[in-house]
Design a protein around this ligand. Structure first.
Ligand code: TXE
Length: 478
């Protein structure tokens, strides 16, 4: 286990400076792998938010909103360089505060973040901020001051996704990271400072949802809220934001289904499904937490799933070869265990895993990789986002039945289809009411829109679709 050094942060990043918090209360950041306090950060106040919003407003009105795309590109390119210099540190910090195994941390927290920022730098070369409709000009102008509120599962990736798109558009930002994982945000602030982003263009206020979050979403000078998190908080954000008619972008949860059609190669399909779900210990909004298998191949698929789940190495995320780290917090583990209990109570069959920590892992918030069979669509574990390594396996009769079950959800974020016939897979993909679908081993594309249907949210992130969220359109009739 790596030695733990205590970090003490007492400031926010506001107007290009480190601004001491006006609050006296501190929040503890805990390493989920060993339950040790690794840092304290300020629990920001409404007064801190006031300063940050004022700085963002001044930067917006003071010139950032009218910079050229080339100027904004140069700023983002310097930010990318400053983050690249911190790549190792980002990986280590995210492993320490999220609990993601190192190799995966490097991929999803560091590389993916740098890739997304890079994609916005390139986009600024070709995005048309002025379009002609006959004699009329359509100007795409920045929305204004953005509150970016982010969760703990892929924290720096989401902070940078919102920051890159907002800044590329000409908006200014006040970011509020999750209080569970704020340390990566400080690295981002240090990089922004080193990159000499103009003062006030991007600000950071650290603190809890009920104080800093509430102050931001109700602030009259915030023009837009971009939120990623739970449905419950998303509803609150939309409700409070509506009082001053803010633009609200929401990326919420999911209960996505991998549909394995009966002509698919079964083992690679089940393996790919579990790999995707277990990534980051199941704490991913796009996780395929339901696996839909044809009745004729159900028991065979269950046997493969058990074998694959039991092969996972659970443990200290800093140790080479570990595939599944702890969950982010004790509360998150309690939530996951409550869902496992609900699965048992409602009559699903525990194929492997279940309640209690994995053997030998009594310290740290570990859970056992769990597979449930005989799951019916109305059960809690088939309906609620569990956000842990818990798979629900459901049987279907034919393609129509598979589509019906997959769509039997209040969510609509992602999904997958496996088939030997790409046309058949596409046909099913078209019928899924979700924002994203992966056919077989289709690669993720950071330029394609990312977001959900139904209660998975509103709007889209990434690429030009993500940029568009931060733009107003002005028609100039000539
Ligand atoms: O999320 P919250 P939590 C889901 C997942 C998880 C559950 C609970 O199922 O188990 O949500 O996670 C801020 N005004 N997802 O409780 O509370 C908060 O400080 C303004 C899915 O951690 O939604 C944090 O910065 N802001 C999701 C952010 O909201 C408020 C990722 C998210 O926290 C606030 C995370 C308020 N009143 C959880 N209250 C995904 N889509 O990937 C809290 N916040």
């Amino acid at each position: 286990m790596a030695p733990t050094t205590m970090v003490r942060r007492d400031s926010h990043y506001v107007g290009g400076h480190w601004l001491p918090s006006t609050g006296t209360h501190l929040l503890e950041v805990v390493d989920p792998a060993n339950e040790q306090v690794i840092a304290t950060v300020p629990d920001g106040t409404a007064a801190d938010v006031e300063s940050a919003v004022a700085a963002a407003r001044a930067a917006f009105d003071g010139g950032w909103s009218t910079t050229t795309a080339a100027e904004r590109k140069a700023h983002l390119a310097r930010l990318l360089a400053a983050l690249e210099d911190r790549a190792e540190e980002i990986t280590s910090v995210c492993t320490a505060e999220v609990g993601t195994p190192r190799g995966l941390s490097s991929l999803i927290h560091t590389r993916a973040t740098l890739g997304i920022l890079g994609s916005y730098i390139e986009l600024l070369d070709r995005f048309e901020f002025t379009q002609a409709l006959g004699p009329t000009l359509v100007l795409h102008e920045p929305v204004g001051v953005v509150a970016a509120i982010t969760p703990w599962n892929v924290p720096i990736q989401l902070l940078v996704t919102k920051m890159a798109a907002a800044l590329a558009a000409g908006c200014t930002v006040v970011a509020k990271p999750s209080e569970l994982t704020p340390l990566n945000a400080y690295l981002l602030a240090e990089a922004a400072h080193e990159a000499e982003l103009p003062p006030g263009v991007w600000n950071l206020v650290v603190g809890s949802g009920p104080t800093v979050g509430e102050a931001l979403i109700g602030h009259p000078d915030v023009d837009m809220i971009s939120f990623t998190g739970s449905v419950r908080t998303g509803q609150r954000v939309a409700e409070v934001g509506s009082r001053t008619v803010k633009r609200v972008h929401l990326e919420l949860g999911g209960k996505s289904a991998l549909v394995i059609l009966e002509d698919a190669a079964l083992r690679p399909a089940v393996e790919a499904g579990i790999r995707q779900l277990f990534m980051n210990s199941g704490q991913g909004c796009v996780a395929w937490s339901r696996m839909l298998v044809p009745e004729s191949r159900y028991e065979e698929a269950v046997a493969i799933a058990r074998e694959v789940a039991e092969s996972y190495v659970v443990g200290d995320p800093t140790v080479d070869g570990v595939q599944l780290g702890p969950l982010v917090s004790s509360a998150q583990r309690e939530r996951v265990w409550a869902y496992i209990q609900a699965g048992i109570d409602e009559g699903a069959r525990v194929v492997t895993g279940g309640l209690g920590p994995p053997e030998g892992l009594d310290t740290g918030w570990y859970v056992r990789p769990t597979v449930f069979a005989d799951v019916e669509s109305e059960m809690t574990i088939a309906q609620e986002e569990i956000f842990g390594p818990v798979l629900a396996m459901l049987a279907f009769a034919d393609d129509d039945d598979a589509v019906r079950i997959a769509n039997d959800s209040r969510f609509g974020l992602s999904g997958g289809v496996r088939s030997a016939d790409p046309d058949r897979a596409l046909e099913v993909a078209r019928r899924l009411r979700t924002g994203m679908v992966t056919i077989n081993d289709g690669a993720f594309n950071p330029l394609a829109p990312f977001g959900g249907y139904k209660q998975s949210g509103t709007g889209r992130q990434l690429g030009s679709y993500g940029l568009d969220e931060y733009l107003e359109r002005k028609s100039v009739y000539r």
